[in-house]
Write a protein that binds this ligand. Structure first.
Ligand code: OGA
Ligand code: MN
Length: 211
């Protein structure tokens, strides 16, 4: 019950932030023991060489462009989630239903990948919604970096959608959960000096075929 209440408070704050400025940062959604187990899972997949160099674009139009992004990703399979991944998806699903009620949205599903940025890795300023397929609505990122220090870099820089000269920086510390409008909020990942781990996903509308 206490957990439920805490969740609702966080969800309300997220909705308020998203409606006022398009993005939100919170620290209370996932506990650190859960996240360190999730990081272990990421690590074993990474050590098994199952990550792929991330590309730009979508479907048949993808290209690896190291001058734009330098991360490696591993897509989670919604039909074959581990126990931990399933807990994560469950919480995001509660957020999805909450945002649907709050904003009369029709968010239908969630796609997510683990990401590893090697040292010096970055991702230049971009929007997450594709021009060719506008299904991604809300980006959700959970960081998995324990004892991350500001000096390591790897900052997520979020630009003000009303004034491009303004931005705010988020330190990718374990436990920090960021979400923002995928259609509106420009953002970038600054280079880091250490490996940087995250779980990044998108709440999406379904397309006309229900996918
Ligand atoms: C992305 C992205 C930001 C981050 O994967 O599209 O912008 O902080 N990630 O990892
Ligand atoms: Mn992005």
């Amino acid at each position: 019950m206490e957990d439920e209440l805490r969740n609702m408070n966080v969800f309300h704050k997220i909705a308020d932030d998203i409606s006022s400025k398009g993005w939100s940062v919170s620290n209370e959604l996932f506990d650190l023991i859960f996240l360190s187990d999730l990081l272990n899972e990421l690590n074993s997949i990474w050590l098994n060489d199952e990550f792929k160099k991330a590309a730009i674009g979508r479907a048949n139009d993808q290209a690896i462009q190291p001058e734009i992004r330098g991360d490696f990703i591993y897509w989670l399979n919604p039909k074959n989630l581990s126990v931990l991944q399933n807990i994560y998806f469950g919480k995001i699903d509660e957020l999805r239903l909450f945002l649907n009620r709050e904003f009369f949205l029709a968010l239908e599903n969630f796609e997510a990948h683990f990401a590893v940025y090697p040292p010096k890795g970055f991702y230049k300023r971009h929007l997450d919604q594709f021009l060719s397929q506008q299904l991604r609505m809300i980006t959700c990122i959970t960081y998995l970096n324990f004892d991350w220090k500001k000096e390591y870099g790897g900052i997520l820089r979020i630009y003000d959608y009303k004034d491009d000269r303004k931005f705010e920086d988020v330190i990718p510390n374990a436990g920090t959960f960021v979400c923002f409008r995928s259609d509106k909020i420009y953002h970038e990942v600054l280079p880091s000096t250490k490996q940087r781990f995250s779980l990044t996903g998108w709440l999406r509308k379904s397309d006309v075929f229900g996918n």
